[in-house]
Structure formats: structure tokens, C-alpha cells
Design a protein around this ligand. Sequence first.
Ligand SMILES: [Zn+2]
Length: 144
Amino acid sequence: MESVQVEEDAVVFTVGSAIPAATCPSCGTTSARTHGGYRRRLADLPISGRPVRIDVGVRRFRCDDPGCGAATFAEQIPGLTAPFARRTAGLTDRLAAIGAGAGRPRRSPAGREAGHASLPRHADPTGPRTAQAARGGIDGDRGR
Ligand SMILES: [Zn+2]
């Protein structure tokens, strides 16, 4: 854990993995040779009703197996990141459980609504915008 910052609209955790090596997803070789990295933002379960963002420092590793097709690969942090995900595994599970899960087809057929990029963000609470979906969905069970 590198830092926690409470911002106006979210709690932001800045984290990085302390594991010294990662396993190549293509060939299973373990590598400790880092090759740069990047930051990923993930939405996580809210804290006290406030949306949570996790700013993850993801390292890239160089695969040591000369026969492997993947020259470099990004580490995955189990339970937190998955390739290309925009939310943590926990939040994805939660959203699925309350029916606002990822990948649900939008109800409107092609046409009017689809073309309206400028619609207000609350117009479609089941849409793909993670923070909006989380806020609307999770707030509903705050009184437990
Ligand atoms: Zn490999």
C-alpha cells in the first residue's frame, strides 16, 4: 500500500505489488526481470457509501524463456486485477450479484439512444460506467 487519499468524490488507494517475481501467463516461467510498467485505475467496493478507486502500479516482466512467444507480460495481482478489467474482482462479483453486472446487454435496440453520447450520465444506471453503476447499486443496501 503506497497511499490512501480521500478526494471529493472517491477514496483513492494507490497500491503496488511487493512480490519480486511474476509468472509468464504463456509459458509458466517465473521472471524477476522487470521491464517498465504502467498504472491502472480500478473501481472497487465503496467505503461508507463513498466510491473507491484503486490506482494500481502494474509492472511488466521480461519472459526468460527464449522459446516463449510473449517477450514481456504484465503481472496480475490475484483477487485485484484481471487482464483488461476496469474493476476489481470483488466489485465485479458484487455488481453481478445485484444485477448490474458487467457485460449485460443494453436493453435498447440500435437507434436513438445508442447514438446519444451526450446523454446525462445517470440516464442509464445499468450502463457500463463503473462508478455510476456502483454508486447507484451499492447505496441501495446501505441501511443493513
Ligand atoms: Zn513466457
